[in-house]
Design a protein around this ligand. Structure first.
Ligand code: IMP
Length: 427
């Protein structure tokens, strides 16, 4: 029962699509277990490039069953438009399975996300504005709308009423916005029901049976470890659990079923949105990383904040996810630097700290302690094996591996599908 979790080891955007590519046709099910259309990954198949936000990357493989698990929040309009966009390009999407227990991002959740951010002003989180946080808040407050509710008009109406009771008070009295009519929301949601119905399934049962049948199941995390609601840089986080445990709750699969947990790790660091980022660069090196690495968000088009590799964060990701492997991406972006700094520890109020501080105050004060590694200038994009890499690139990778606490089993050396060095197989 090979069940693999693939997740971001930093603040998201580590290049998970590459790892999914590497696993290619060997995966039978690709499952998203958390987040929603706040995610964004680009998958290249042949000469075609696809930007996916909500759908699992497996949707592009004819032999794979893509699954949206119960832990995901689903905007039905986005789901349908991603599906029809793919259908127009000849992609068969009929195998998609959608959990009836997944929560729906309603139009009012999107409104609340945007007005809350505006209201927070300078203290805003920098969310993607897709309604993610308010939808998870409704789920926890037990006033959420689930996919299955679309098939019972009376229940749906009662639930929308319950949710809007409070929300309309907040929208009108606090944010000075117009109230949202229950009937309008119900009508919009019912309008999606029939189109979505063919995909709705008991995904927990399907996945557990697949594992019993020895199928290969890949759990695909959105965002990254440091954006996790429990283990990330709270409150500058997303509202779900991208960490490995999230795969269990968000898909209904027990932890004993997971065989490998692969952390995707960029050879430097990026972050979108607000929040602490000790190795962030504000100089021309940061500009160069952004330019060479093409560091612009797939979902929001925002420039990503860029900085050097942070080994403290990588170690933390190993710990909270129980990582068995790393996939190091975008090593080629570092080609050409004479010296490459790596953050090996922090200095906090005059003390050297080796591990991520649990206190938000300390983390905000953390200054990177750098060790510098000699760079390389040779083109590495054609390297097929580890020994093809220049000695200094090999040393950089080995140093990262030693500091991060799990073996680096694959290395991305270029944007192309085949520009990957595989060291240990993931299967
Ligand atoms: P939300 O997920 O839209 O609520 O946004 C919360 C935080 O997570 C913001 O800082 C976003 O920029 C960040 N975020 C959400 N999704 C992604 C992602 O896929 N990659 C990187 N950052 C993300």
């Amino acid at each position: 029962m090979p069940a693999l979790v693939l997740l971001g080891a930093q603040w998201g955007d580590e290049g998970k699509g590459k790892a999914t590519d590497l696993l290619g046709g060997s995966v039978d099910y690709v499952v998203r277990y958390q987040g929603g259309n706040n995610a964004g990954h680009t998958v290249v198949v042949g000469d075609q490039k696809y930007a996916l936000h909500l759908l699992p990357s497996g949707i592009l493989s004819p032999t794979c069953v893509p699954v949206i698990g119960n832990g995901v929040v689903v905007d039905p309009s986005v789901l349908l438009s991603e599906l029809s966009g793919l259908n127009e390009r000849g992609v068969d999407t009929s195998k998609l399975l959608l959990s009836g227990n997944a929560h729906i991002i309603t139009p009012y959740n999107v409104t609340v996300d945007k007005v809350t951010e505006r209201f927070l002003g300078k203290r805003k989180i920098g969310t993607t504005g897709r309604g993610i946080g308010p939808t998870y808040a409704d789920k926890i407050n037990r006033v959420g709308i689930r996919v299955q509710d679309l098939y019972d008009e009376s229940i749906l109406t009662q639930k929308v009423e319950a949710a809007l009771d409070v929300k309309n008070q907040i929208l009108t009295k606090l944010y000075n916005r117009r109230a949202i009519a229950v009937g309008q929301v119900v009508e919009e949601l019912l309008g999606y029901a029939e189109q979505i119905k063919p995909y709705v399934a008991d995904t927990v049962l399907v996945l557990n049976q697949a594992l019993e049948d020895d199928k290969v199941v890949l759990f695909e995390g959105g965002q990254g470890t440091l954006l996790d609601i429990d283990h990330g840089t709270y409150p500058f986080v997303t509202s779900s659990n991208p960490t490995a445990g999230g795969a269990c709750t968000g898909a209904g699969v027990g932890p004993t079923k997971i065989s490998r947990v692969i952390g995707i790790l960029k050879a430097y660091t990026t972050r979108v949105g607000a929040g602490p980022f000790p190795t962030e660069l504000f100089d021309e090196d940061g500009e160069a990383l952004r330019r060479i690495g093409g560091e612009r968000g797939v979902t929001t088009g925002r420039d990503r904040r860029c900085g050097w590799f942070d080994a403290v964060i990588a170690r933390y990701a190993t710990r909270v996810n129980g990582l068995t492997d790393f996939f190091l991406t975008k090593l080629d972006v570092l080609t050409g630097w004479e010296q490459i700094p790596v953050c090996v520890a922090y200095e906090i109020d005059g003390r050297r700290v080796e591990e991520l501080p649990y206190s938000q105050t300390d983390f905000h004060h953390a200054k990177p302690v750098y060790e510098t590694f000699p760079g390389w200038s040779e083109d590495i994009t054609k390297a097929k094996s580890f020994s093809d890499l220049p000695k200094n690139a090999q040393n950089y990778v080995r140093a990262l591996e030693e500091m991060s606490g799990a073996p680096i089993s694959a290395i991305g050396v270029g944007p192309g599908r085949d520009e990957t060095i595989e060291i240990n197989s993931f299967l």
